[in-house]
Write a protein that binds this ligand. Structure first.
Ligand code: SAH
Length: 263
Protein backbone atom coordinates (compact mmCIF):
# COMPACT_ATOMS: atom_id res chain seq x y z
CA UNK A 1 0.00 0.00 0.00
CA UNK A 2 1.06 3.58 -0.43
CA UNK A 3 2.68 4.96 2.71
CA UNK A 4 2.64 8.50 1.34
CA UNK A 5 6.42 8.50 0.82
CA UNK A 6 8.20 8.48 -2.44
CA UNK A 7 11.86 8.31 -3.34
CA UNK A 8 13.36 11.78 -3.76
CA UNK A 9 16.74 11.69 -5.48
CA UNK A 10 15.85 8.47 -7.29
CA UNK A 11 13.90 8.11 -10.49
CA UNK A 12 10.45 6.87 -9.69
CA UNK A 13 8.52 4.57 -11.92
CA UNK A 14 5.80 5.13 -14.50
CA UNK A 15 3.02 2.63 -14.96
CA UNK A 16 0.47 2.94 -17.75
CA UNK A 17 -2.66 1.36 -16.38
CA UNK A 18 -5.73 0.31 -18.34
CA UNK A 19 -8.82 1.27 -16.35
CA UNK A 20 -11.18 -0.81 -18.49
CA UNK A 21 -14.42 0.42 -20.05
CA UNK A 22 -15.87 2.04 -16.91
CA UNK A 23 -17.29 -0.58 -14.56
CA UNK A 24 -14.82 -0.74 -11.62
CA UNK A 25 -15.44 -4.48 -11.33
CA UNK A 26 -13.76 -4.92 -14.69
CA UNK A 27 -10.42 -3.62 -13.40
CA UNK A 28 -7.65 -6.19 -13.18
CA UNK A 29 -6.12 -6.89 -9.77
CA UNK A 30 -2.82 -5.67 -11.14
CA UNK A 31 -4.42 -2.37 -12.15
CA UNK A 32 -6.03 -1.97 -8.73
CA UNK A 33 -2.72 -2.56 -6.95
CA UNK A 34 -0.89 -0.08 -9.20
CA UNK A 35 -3.58 2.56 -8.55
CA UNK A 36 -3.33 2.00 -4.78
CA UNK A 37 0.48 2.29 -4.85
CA UNK A 38 0.60 5.48 -6.93
CA UNK A 39 1.70 8.78 -5.38
CA UNK A 40 0.50 10.72 -8.41
CA UNK A 41 -2.11 9.75 -11.00
CA UNK A 42 -2.64 11.35 -14.40
CA UNK A 43 -6.21 10.48 -15.28
CA UNK A 44 -7.93 10.43 -18.68
CA UNK A 45 -11.45 11.53 -19.36
CA UNK A 46 -13.01 8.14 -19.82
CA UNK A 47 -11.91 6.82 -16.42
CA UNK A 48 -14.79 6.66 -13.96
CA UNK A 49 -14.66 8.40 -10.59
CA UNK A 50 -15.19 5.12 -8.72
CA UNK A 51 -11.91 3.88 -10.15
CA UNK A 52 -10.01 7.06 -9.26
CA UNK A 53 -11.43 6.65 -5.73
CA UNK A 54 -9.21 3.55 -5.28
CA UNK A 55 -6.17 5.84 -5.13
CA UNK A 56 -4.48 6.26 -1.74
CA UNK A 57 -5.79 9.19 0.31
CA UNK A 58 -2.54 11.19 -0.02
CA UNK A 59 -2.11 10.64 -3.76
CA UNK A 60 -2.22 13.61 -6.11
CA UNK A 61 -4.84 13.28 -8.85
CA UNK A 62 -4.31 15.20 -12.08
CA UNK A 63 -7.20 15.13 -14.57
CA UNK A 64 -5.83 15.56 -18.05
CA UNK A 65 -9.02 15.04 -20.10
CA UNK A 66 -11.69 17.36 -21.43
CA UNK A 67 -14.06 16.75 -18.56
CA UNK A 68 -15.95 19.79 -17.32
CA UNK A 69 -15.81 21.43 -20.75
CA UNK A 70 -12.12 22.39 -20.44
CA UNK A 71 -9.76 21.76 -23.31
CA UNK A 72 -7.85 18.54 -22.92
CA UNK A 73 -4.22 18.81 -21.87
CA UNK A 74 -1.89 18.56 -24.89
CA UNK A 75 -0.18 15.19 -25.15
CA UNK A 76 3.35 16.65 -25.04
CA UNK A 77 2.53 18.49 -21.82
CA UNK A 78 1.12 15.36 -20.16
CA UNK A 79 4.30 13.49 -21.07
CA UNK A 80 6.42 16.32 -19.67
CA UNK A 81 4.49 16.30 -16.38
CA UNK A 82 4.92 12.53 -16.10
CA UNK A 83 8.68 12.73 -16.68
CA UNK A 84 9.02 15.53 -14.12
CA UNK A 85 7.04 13.62 -11.51
CA UNK A 86 8.99 10.40 -12.08
CA UNK A 87 12.29 12.27 -11.84
CA UNK A 88 11.16 13.64 -8.49
CA UNK A 89 10.87 10.03 -7.32
CA UNK A 90 7.09 9.83 -7.52
CA UNK A 91 5.36 6.57 -8.24
CA UNK A 92 3.49 7.73 -11.36
CA UNK A 93 0.38 6.05 -12.71
CA UNK A 94 -1.09 7.07 -16.03
CA UNK A 95 -4.68 5.89 -15.89
CA UNK A 96 -6.24 5.40 -19.30
CA UNK A 97 -9.67 4.15 -20.39
CA UNK A 98 -9.90 0.60 -21.69
CA UNK A 99 -6.50 -0.80 -22.62
CA UNK A 100 -3.59 1.65 -22.73
CA UNK A 101 -2.34 0.23 -26.03
CA UNK A 102 -5.62 0.34 -27.95
CA UNK A 103 -6.08 3.84 -29.42
CA UNK A 104 -5.01 5.47 -26.18
CA UNK A 105 -1.76 6.97 -27.50
CA UNK A 106 -0.06 4.68 -25.00
CA UNK A 107 2.57 3.77 -27.56
CA UNK A 108 3.62 7.40 -27.94
CA UNK A 109 3.79 7.87 -24.18
CA UNK A 110 5.92 4.80 -23.62
CA UNK A 111 8.38 5.87 -26.33
CA UNK A 112 8.67 9.30 -24.77
CA UNK A 113 9.11 8.01 -21.21
CA UNK A 114 11.70 5.43 -22.24
CA UNK A 115 13.57 8.04 -24.27
CA UNK A 116 13.71 10.09 -21.06
CA UNK A 117 15.42 7.12 -19.40
CA UNK A 118 12.50 6.06 -17.23
CA UNK A 119 11.37 2.59 -16.35
CA UNK A 120 7.87 1.97 -17.72
CA UNK A 121 5.44 -0.80 -16.97
CA UNK A 122 2.14 -1.40 -18.75
CA UNK A 123 -0.94 -3.00 -17.22
CA UNK A 124 -3.63 -4.21 -19.62
CA UNK A 125 -7.23 -3.20 -19.31
CA UNK A 126 -10.37 -4.55 -20.94
CA UNK A 127 -10.79 -2.55 -24.10
CA UNK A 128 -14.17 -0.91 -24.75
CA UNK A 129 -14.66 -2.77 -28.03
CA UNK A 130 -14.51 -6.09 -26.23
CA UNK A 131 -16.68 -5.06 -23.29
CA UNK A 132 -19.30 -3.41 -25.52
CA UNK A 133 -20.31 -6.53 -27.42
CA UNK A 134 -19.86 -8.84 -24.45
CA UNK A 135 -22.31 -6.72 -22.46
CA UNK A 136 -24.92 -7.58 -25.09
CA UNK A 137 -24.16 -11.27 -24.81
CA UNK A 138 -22.68 -11.37 -28.30
CA UNK A 139 -19.24 -12.78 -29.19
CA UNK A 140 -16.74 -11.03 -31.47
CA UNK A 141 -15.81 -14.29 -33.17
CA UNK A 142 -17.99 -17.27 -33.94
CA UNK A 143 -17.20 -20.36 -35.94
CA UNK A 144 -20.29 -19.81 -38.09
CA UNK A 145 -20.14 -16.04 -38.53
CA UNK A 146 -16.71 -14.48 -38.01
CA UNK A 147 -13.20 -15.82 -38.33
CA UNK A 148 -11.59 -12.80 -36.76
CA UNK A 149 -11.99 -9.26 -35.57
CA UNK A 150 -10.52 -5.89 -36.48
CA UNK A 151 -10.27 -3.03 -34.00
CA UNK A 152 -10.21 0.13 -36.10
CA UNK A 153 -10.44 3.85 -35.44
CA UNK A 154 -13.03 6.04 -37.16
CA UNK A 155 -11.02 9.12 -36.38
CA UNK A 156 -7.64 9.70 -38.02
CA UNK A 157 -4.84 11.92 -36.82
CA UNK A 158 -5.15 15.39 -38.41
CA UNK A 159 -3.45 15.36 -41.80
CA UNK A 160 -3.57 11.56 -42.04
CA UNK A 161 -5.75 10.01 -44.78
CA UNK A 162 -7.12 7.59 -42.18
CA UNK A 163 -8.63 4.17 -42.63
CA UNK A 164 -9.11 2.81 -46.16
CA UNK A 165 -12.73 1.78 -45.53
CA UNK A 166 -13.41 0.29 -48.99
CA UNK A 167 -10.35 -1.99 -48.65
CA UNK A 168 -11.37 -2.93 -45.13
CA UNK A 169 -14.96 -3.66 -46.22
CA UNK A 170 -13.77 -5.94 -49.02
CA UNK A 171 -11.46 -7.82 -46.65
CA UNK A 172 -14.07 -8.06 -43.91
CA UNK A 173 -16.51 -9.50 -46.44
CA UNK A 174 -14.19 -12.07 -47.98
CA UNK A 175 -12.36 -13.05 -44.79
CA UNK A 176 -15.50 -12.87 -42.61
CA UNK A 177 -14.25 -10.43 -40.02
CA UNK A 178 -16.14 -8.47 -37.37
CA UNK A 179 -15.34 -4.74 -37.46
CA UNK A 180 -15.15 -2.95 -34.12
CA UNK A 181 -15.01 0.78 -34.77
CA UNK A 182 -13.83 3.18 -32.08
CA UNK A 183 -14.46 6.94 -32.30
CA UNK A 184 -16.79 6.38 -35.24
CA UNK A 185 -20.02 8.08 -34.25
CA UNK A 186 -19.32 11.57 -35.59
CA UNK A 187 -18.05 10.18 -38.90
CA UNK A 188 -20.70 7.46 -39.19
CA UNK A 189 -22.16 8.82 -42.45
CA UNK A 190 -18.85 8.61 -44.28
CA UNK A 191 -17.92 5.27 -42.75
CA UNK A 192 -21.30 3.85 -43.78
CA UNK A 193 -20.97 5.06 -47.39
CA UNK A 194 -17.44 3.74 -47.76
CA UNK A 195 -18.11 0.38 -46.08
CA UNK A 196 -21.10 -0.13 -48.38
CA UNK A 197 -18.69 -0.40 -51.32
CA UNK A 198 -17.67 -3.84 -50.04
CA UNK A 199 -20.28 -5.03 -47.54
CA UNK A 200 -24.03 -5.70 -48.08
CA UNK A 201 -26.48 -3.04 -46.86
CA UNK A 202 -28.16 -5.74 -44.78
CA UNK A 203 -25.01 -6.39 -42.70
CA UNK A 204 -26.10 -6.18 -39.04
CA UNK A 205 -24.66 -3.40 -36.88
CA UNK A 206 -24.82 -2.57 -33.18
CA UNK A 207 -23.86 0.76 -31.64
CA UNK A 208 -23.17 0.70 -27.91
CA UNK A 209 -22.74 3.86 -25.85
CA UNK A 210 -21.20 3.96 -22.35
CA UNK A 211 -20.50 0.23 -22.36
CA UNK A 212 -20.37 -1.38 -18.89
CA UNK A 213 -21.69 1.74 -17.14
CA UNK A 214 -25.17 2.18 -15.62
CA UNK A 215 -25.86 4.66 -18.45
CA UNK A 216 -25.17 2.05 -21.15
CA UNK A 217 -27.54 2.01 -24.12
CA UNK A 218 -27.44 0.49 -27.57
CA UNK A 219 -29.20 0.22 -30.91
CA UNK A 220 -29.16 -2.50 -33.51
CA UNK A 221 -29.50 -1.61 -37.16
CA UNK A 222 -28.02 -2.44 -40.56
CA UNK A 223 -25.09 -0.94 -42.40
CA UNK A 224 -27.48 0.61 -44.93
CA UNK A 225 -29.33 2.48 -42.18
CA UNK A 226 -26.44 3.20 -39.80
CA UNK A 227 -26.09 6.99 -39.77
CA UNK A 228 -29.86 7.59 -39.64
CA UNK A 229 -30.25 5.08 -36.79
CA UNK A 230 -27.48 6.75 -34.75
CA UNK A 231 -29.16 10.10 -35.22
CA UNK A 232 -32.64 8.79 -34.46
CA UNK A 233 -31.34 7.00 -31.37
CA UNK A 234 -29.41 10.06 -30.20
CA UNK A 235 -26.25 8.03 -29.61
CA UNK A 236 -23.09 9.99 -28.94
CA UNK A 237 -19.48 9.52 -27.89
CA UNK A 238 -18.19 7.35 -26.27
CA UNK A 239 -19.68 4.64 -28.46
CA UNK A 240 -18.47 1.53 -30.22
CA UNK A 241 -19.85 0.52 -33.61
CA UNK A 242 -19.79 -3.22 -34.31
CA UNK A 243 -20.35 -4.39 -37.88
CA UNK A 244 -20.76 -8.02 -38.83
CA UNK A 245 -22.84 -11.16 -38.81
CA UNK A 246 -22.12 -11.88 -35.12
CA UNK A 247 -24.70 -9.14 -34.45
CA UNK A 248 -27.39 -11.03 -36.39
CA UNK A 249 -28.77 -12.89 -33.36
CA UNK A 250 -29.13 -9.62 -31.50
CA UNK A 251 -30.80 -7.86 -34.42
CA UNK A 252 -33.23 -10.77 -34.63
CA UNK A 253 -34.01 -10.55 -30.94
CA UNK A 254 -34.56 -6.80 -31.26
CA UNK A 255 -37.08 -7.44 -34.02
CA UNK A 256 -38.99 -9.70 -31.59
CA UNK A 257 -38.72 -7.75 -28.35
CA UNK A 258 -40.78 -10.27 -26.38
CA UNK A 259 -37.77 -12.56 -26.44
CA UNK A 260 -35.20 -10.00 -25.22
CA UNK A 261 -34.35 -8.98 -21.73
CA UNK A 262 -33.82 -5.20 -21.41
CA UNK A 263 -30.07 -4.50 -21.57
N1 SAH B 1 -8.00 2.84 -24.91
C1 SAH B 1 -9.45 2.84 -25.03
C2 SAH B 1 -9.93 3.54 -26.28
C3 SAH B 1 -9.62 5.03 -26.31
S1 SAH B 1 -10.23 5.81 -27.72
C4 SAH B 1 -9.95 1.39 -24.96
O1 SAH B 1 -9.15 0.46 -25.04
O2 SAH B 1 -11.16 1.19 -24.80
C5 SAH B 1 -11.80 6.41 -27.14
C6 SAH B 1 -12.93 5.65 -27.78
O3 SAH B 1 -13.10 4.40 -27.14
C7 SAH B 1 -14.28 6.32 -27.67
O4 SAH B 1 -14.46 7.31 -28.67
C8 SAH B 1 -15.20 5.16 -27.90
O5 SAH B 1 -15.24 4.78 -29.26
C9 SAH B 1 -14.47 4.05 -27.15
N2 SAH B 1 -14.93 3.90 -25.76
C10 SAH B 1 -14.22 4.08 -24.65
N3 SAH B 1 -14.96 3.76 -23.55
C11 SAH B 1 -16.16 3.39 -24.00
C12 SAH B 1 -17.35 2.92 -23.40
N4 SAH B 1 -17.47 2.77 -22.06
N5 SAH B 1 -18.41 2.60 -24.19
C13 SAH B 1 -18.33 2.70 -25.53
N6 SAH B 1 -17.24 3.14 -26.16
C14 SAH B 1 -16.17 3.47 -25.42
Amino acid sequence: MNNGKHNPGMNGKCTLVGAGPGDPELLTLKALKAIQRATVLFVDDLVSDEIVAFAAPGARIVHVGKRGGCKSTPQAFIEKLMVMAAREGENVVRLKGGDPFIFGRGGEEVEHLRAAGLEVEIVNGITAGLAAVTSLGVPLTHREHAHGVVFVTGHAKPGDAGTDWPALAATAHSARLTLVIYMGVSGAGRIQTELLTGLPAATPVAVIQNASLPTQRHITTTLGALAGAIEAGGLASPSIIVVGDVIASLALAAAHPASVRAA
